[in-house]
Design a protein around this ligand. Structure first.
Ligand code: ARG
Ligand code: ZN
Length: 850
């Protein structure tokens, strides 16, 4: 069934309070739910109450203390006749956590019990109106075996705990803040905590806990520091204070997504909690901090103000992604963070926005909401709010966010509420801007320059391309930060923000005797695809001199794209060489920014920028360019690799920057000279003081042949075999290698003793990496497509969410050359014909086949 945004109706009942009594066990858990219900006076009255359920064994229903047998089932839902007025509903169900392979609801992971309820997992725990606009105060009592489950956690604050007969114990928690069911959480297990405390700006002392298995405790200090930094930042930047006496996070080894913002009890994939120098890279450290920030920031943008319905998902996710991006920019510098965020947007969200599953950041309909936890809702959603911030300015934007938090605190709100608060608080007119919420598709903008006398005219045009179900689009407001460089002086006289609102519009600037060099969309103010009419020489100038780091990087990327997507001519390559030389010689650059500037565009983005592409030819061209650069600048890359050896062993920003540049240099050295790359790679591997250097070396070695590769891979596995997150890296590095026989190796790895289909991280580490590796996935025989289709079918019922995530890679068949395209489509058809499909997979496959 299709759910439509236009069909929203409030729930006929309110549920101001719920009490949950759990008798916990891995095999079977008994749940007694006591709901206080009363008519919702804002909704049409109903003669019964309809409660969502999914896979529950119903044991009994009582209303106001009387057992009832006049209930009925409608599919998975439970309907109980109910007269108007206030009632108490008591429902007993039984669930089977260890058989829960979907990892939604209450499930077992490594002998512990935990929950994931967003979006619709709570209905797998008990019958309830499992929708975000029903807010209740939760009281949770858990009873369990004391030895197996010494720690019992839930939302809010602990109320009581005690011993019971038969080696059992109990704990009771109370969360005073009304919340929707998707924010409910419970954890029971043999866990230990790193504890600390944070005093809020209002003087509240918050007890912090990071809960993990005992052996992981040494890897929790970064997570704890990240919590404190997040709390402090949200106070300073958005004026948001924490609102409970406790804040706990728990690390779980089996988790479908990154983490979950359950009120007062965030549950995390271990990948985003555990980190130490030996086992985590610099990028892993930053990801931990970013995700901890993200979940913490949801306490206001998500929990205190939640979503009215799931079409509003970007209300909390887009805003919270923006908040976590700004947090990371403040922690480590904006330039590199912005470049990385835009790289993700363009290599993941752009393909989504131009493909069969394109949807607006606020979708109009869905079959399975899990399919809409997308880069569009999250990352484009963040860009849309970032545009409001750019147009308003930081101070006015803060007034808008203050008004939003204040006006809607305690409510289940809509995207429209947010936009209105921004209009009222920040003083923006967002009438036309609302189209960003309505229309899918990446606006295509062209920029041309005319010069006449002293006047420069910038001619901008925009087209929002048609997407499935949306053939006709209207222009959107596109804020563009620009600077015009005087060609003689090599400087500009200040930036300005222009807003393109029409399909075609001209902007004039006076005082330019010669045509200036245009630097546009500086800082990436708008999530658009831009074609500008600019000469190669001017791009080289910007790549060497633009004072906006993003724009400088962009100029370099344009030079690279021009070569990789055009005819690979010598002049285009020579221009890249000139710009690269300037970057290598620029002492004012830090080494991380230097490495960013010399990083080739991701394969997915190259595909996105081509109408139809031949993956084999594209990889060859890209790797050919890498080898050419490695050869041209062999001396300098070796010099950097050598010279940064000691700095790369240091802590702090400079050490991190050095490590980034060193591993980049190693990649170029190996591309030009395999033997030298193998030799230096093994040396870097052996001498590595931490995981960044070790993984950097192994990533290069894994792409080569020979004994150095074998030695390093064997050593890595032996050294880290008992650390699941590092074993994931071992799978990933091999599955990412651009080697001709990589697909056979992936096949072998799937049979490795450490491989298991039941752990999402492990599945992603092998098949996620493989599906992003053009040599493996797009292997000419079609074996890569078959392997992914087989995986989707195997996961289909076991873990539908995980299965569905692999469909979009096949869904790109329209963009690939005809031979491969037909095979990709055939695999989708094979899945479609395979009998019972989960809703998740079915919706993705239907969209992909169009
Ligand atoms: N709200 C979580 C976050 O943004 C994501 C949870 C999504 N879970 C799911 N099963 N779709 O961090
Ligand atoms: Zn989120």
């Amino acid at each position: 069934a299709v759910i439509r945004r236009a069909d929203y109706a409030p729930y006929p009942w309110r549920v101001p309070a719920i009490r949950l009594d759990f008798d916990l066990g891995l095999e079977t858990t008994r749940v007694e739910a006591t709901l206080t219900v009363e008519p919702n006076l804002d909704a049409d009255a109903a003669e019964d109450i309809r409660l969502d359920g999914d896979g529950l064994v119903l044991e009994s229903v009582h209303v106001d203390g009387e057992e009832r047998t006049d209930w009925r089932r409608d599919g998975e839902a439970l309907i109980v006749p109910l007269s108007s007025g206030k009632h108490t509903l008591t429902i007993v169900t039984r669930i089977l956590p260890s058989e829960n392979t979907q990892l939604m609801g209450l499930y077992a992971s490594n002998g512990m019990l935990c929950t994931q309820c967003e979006a619709e997992g709570f209905r797998r725990i008990t019958f309830f109106p499992d929708r975000p606009d029903v807010l209740s105060v939760y009281t949770v009592r858990m009873e369990a075996d004391r030895e197996a489950f010494p720690v019992l956690l839930s939302n809010g604050n602990p109320v009581e705990e005690g011993l019971l007969d038969g080696g059992r114990h109990f704990a009771e928690w109370h969360d005073p803040w009304p919340k929707p069911s998707y924010l409910f959480a419970l954890v029971a297990g043999d866990l230990v905590a790193r504890t600390d405390s944070f005093t809020t700006m209002g003087g509240r002392e918050v007890a912090l806990g990071v809960w993990v298995r005992e052996e992981d405790l040494p890897r929790t200090s970064h997570a704890m520091e990240s919590i404190k930094r997040s709390m402090n930042w949200d106070e300073e930047t958005f004026g948001r204070e924490y609102d409970l006496d406790r804040f706990n996070i728990v690390a779980v080894g089996d988790f479908n997504m990154g983490a979950m913002e359950n009120k007062g009890l965030n549950i995390f994939n271990t990948k985003y909690v555990l980190a130490d120098q030996e086992t985590a890279t610099d990028a892993d450290f930053d990801a931990v901090e970013g995700v901890i920030g993200h979940e913490y920031f949801h306490n206001w943008s998500g929990n205190r103000i939640t979503c009215r319905d799931w079409f509003q998902l970007s209300l909390k996710e887009g805003f919270t992604v923006l908040r976590d991006q700004l947090f990371s920019e403040d922690m480590h510098g904006a330039a590199v963070k912005r470049i990385g965020d835009v790289r993700v947007l363009r290599s993941v969200q752009f393909p989504e926005d131009s493909g069969p599953f394109a949807h607006p950041i606020r979708p109009d309909s869905y079959k399975e909401i899990s399919n809409f936890y997308t880069a569009t809702v999250y990352n484009k959603g963040a860009e849309v709010i970032r545009m409001m911030r750019s147009m308003a300015g930081i101070e006015a934007f803060r007034k808008g966010s203050d008004l939003y938090f204040d006006r809607h605190d305690g409510e289940a709100a809509t995207c429209e509420d947010f936009v209105k608060a921004m209009e009222d608080g920040a003083g923006l007119d967002l009438t036309q801007f609302r189209r960003w919420y309505e229309q899918a598709g990446t606006p295509q903008v062209t920029a041309e320059q005319r010069h006449d006398g002293d006047t420069v005219t910038l001619v901008l045009k925009q087209v929002v391309p048609p997407t499935p179900g949306q053939p006709d689009k209207a222009p959107v407001p596109i804020p563009l930060r620009i600077a015009l460089f005087d060609r003689e002086k090599g400087e500009h006289a200040g930036e300005q923000l222009i807003v393109l609102t029409e399909a075609e519009q001209e902007f004039t600037f006076e005082g330019f005797a010669k045509p200036p060099i245009l630097s546009i969309n500086r800082g990436y103010t708008a999530p658009i695809a831009l074609d500008r009419d600019i000469s190669r020489e001017d791009l080289v100038f910007l790549a060497a001199h633009d004072d906006d780091s993003f724009a400088r990087h962009e100029a370099m990327q344009e030079l690279l794209l021009g070569y990789l997507l055009g005819d690979a001519d010598d002049e285009a390559r020579a221009a890249i060489g000139t710009a690269a030389q300037a970057v290598l010689a620029d002492d004012a650059l830090d080494n991380e920014m230097r490495a960013e500037l010399l990083t080739l565009p991701p394969f997915a983005y190259l595909g996105e920028r081509s109408k139809i592409y031949d993956p084999g030819a594209m990889v060859e061209k890209r790797e050919g360019l890498r080898a050419w650069l490695g050869h041209e600048f062999a001396g300098q890359f070796r010099d950097y690799h050598e010279r940064l050896t000691n700095l790369a062993r240091e802590e702090g920003a400079q050490g991190k920057q050095a490590r980034r540049m060193r591993s980049l240099a190693l990649g170029y050295i190996a591309a030009a000279d395999e033997a030298e790359g193998a030799r230096l790679g093994l040396a870097q591997y052996r001498a590595a003081a931490g995981m960044t250097e070790r993984q950097g070396a192994l990533a290069v070695l894994a792409g080569l042949d020979g004994t150095e590769r074998e030695e390093a891979l064997a050593d890595f596995y032996a050294r880290f075999a008992d650390n699941p997150l590092v074993v994931d890296k071992w799978f990933t590095l091999q599955a990412m290698a651009l080697r001709p026989n990589v697909l056979d190796e992936v096949g072998k790895l799937a049979g490795h003793e450490a491989f298991t289909i039941s752990n999402p991280n492990r599945v992603r580490s092998l098949y996620g990496a493989m599906s992003g590796n053009p040599v493996a996935f797009h292997q000419e025989s079609g074996a890569g497509y078959r392997m992914i289709a087989d995986l989707i079918l195997e996961l289909n019922m076991r873990n539908p969410q995980l299965a569905a995530r692999f469909v979009p890679s096949l869904g790109r068949w329209r963009r690939v050359e005809p031979g491969r395209s037909a095979m990709m489509r055939a695999e989708l058809e094979r899945i479609a014909a395979a009998g019972t499909l989960s809703r998740d997979v079915a919706e993705q496959v239907e969209a992909s086949l169009g």
